[in-house]
Design a protein around this ligand. Structure first.
Ligand code: PLP
Ligand code: SF4
Length: 355
């Protein structure tokens, strides 16, 4: 394996509190609490972001450098904020909607995001989906013919080797009722070297159609290497969606969001969901008031193309599912409808016959 292979580059990430302190990323108090912080969620800042953090990029530092605020649990915060545990029929699977399941083949990632809502599980040892666990997960999917889509998430499924991915794709490919695969990943920006021609080929030749959803939050994650990795997928004919998390101090301004979404559509990636941060333990430093979040999204309407605007999503605590949320655009008043215009910021009364 040569020095520029992706596993080597992955290993060169900054995972050590002392190294972070030496680079001026964290203070002495934070370094001293590093065991407690690591207990919440392991550390890894990939090489792809290290130089920009050195140079003072706050939107990257806030996402990936650990901080003491993670040790504060707000009263509303939970260990399992979206009720995944209750919907897990077998190890490695979450089944909440009839037609699609989450399958978590690994809980390791190329980067550990300090706002991660799966922080209780992610990067913990002994949670790999192999051997009998894998057999049970495959048997579960095979046994329920309603399952049309399998969503590979984790952790980050693209931290698996090609050999393991190939095995997984072959197993899933043998299940007739599974028509679609979806991969949720952060490697396009965190470890762009992972996107090799071999990987593109593996996914292109899978029996099912594979949709890939890129997790990206800050425009500065889109380095030249990241853009090239996205182009390799798009050129290979693999459809791409984007999801992000609305994060205070990272992307909570109109300019940052427009910059991110406009760059994505140029790169042939459709913005799909922007998540309002779940109530995960130790993440309150990342949430802006929901009212502000709705106003921010509304401010993009009328300014950017429709296909450049994701839906703002909330995953209701307790496993009640994901819902799109938005400011009120439409209301009924007497015999007429009132519709809000993003162009003039006013309500307009409209009457439609028989409606
Ligand atoms: C988010 C999620 C999905 C996917 O939902 P889409 O709206 O199709 O993107 C599926 N299952 C579970 C359990 C989820 O949390
Ligand atoms: S890559 Fe995804 S699963 Fe991994 S730490 Fe970041 S948000 Fe969590």
């Amino acid at each position: 394996m040569n020095d520029s292979s992706w596993p080597q580059i992955l290993r060169r990430g900054v995972i050590d509190a002392k190294a972070m302190h030496a680079r001026g990323w964290i203070d002495g108090d934070t370094m001293e609490s590093s065991d407690a912080l690591r207990g919440q969620l392991n550390f890894r800042v990939p090489q792809a972001f290290a130089a920009a953090i050195d140079a003072g990029d706050k939107s990257l530092a806030r996402q990936f450098v650990p901080g003491l605020s993670e040790l504060t649990q707000a009263p509303e915060e939970m260990v399992d904020p979206i009720g995944d545990e209750a919907r897990s029929p077998v190890f490695g699977i979450t089944h909440r909607y009839p037609d699609r399941v989450l399958l978590k083949p690994t809980l390791h990632c190329a980067v550990y995001c300090r706002f991660c809502f799966r922080r209780e599980k992610v990067a913990k040892e002994g949670l790999e989906l192999t051997g009998e666990r894998l057999e049970s997960a495959m048997a579960y999917i095979a046994s329920d013919s309603r399952i049309r889509e399998v969503i590979l998430t984790g952790g980050d499924p693209l931290t698996l080797t090609d050999a393991r991915l190939k095995q997984l794709l072959e197993r899933l490919g043998a299940i007739e009722h599974v028509r679609l695969l979806r991969i949720h990943t952060r490697v396009f920006t965190a470890l762009p070297e992972r996107i090799t021609p071999e990987l593109v080929n593996l996914l292109r030749t899978a029996r099912q159609t594979v949709w890939t959803v890129l997790h990206i939050n800050a425009p500065s994650e889109l380095t030249e290497a990241a853009k090239a990795s996205i182009a390799r997928f798009a050129d290979g004919g693999l459809p791409l969606l984007h999801q992000g998390v609305l994060l205070k101090g990272v992307n909570d301004t109109e300019d940052r969001l427009s910059d991110l979404f406009c760059q994505l559509i140029e790169l042939r990636v459709k913005p799909y969901y922007l998540h309002y941060p779940d109530l995960a333990k130790g993440t309150s430093q990342f949430r802006i008031p929901l009212k502000e979040a709705l106003d921010l999204m509304a401010s993009l309407r009328g300014k950017l193309p429709g296909y450049c605007q994701p839906e703002l999503m909330i995953d209701i605590p307790g496993g009640k599912g994901k819902v799109p949320v938005a400011r009120e655009w439409l209301r009924q008043q007497d015999e007429a409808w009132q519709i809000f215009s993003p162009l003039d910021g006013e309500w307009h009364s409209v009457r439609y016959p028989n409606a």
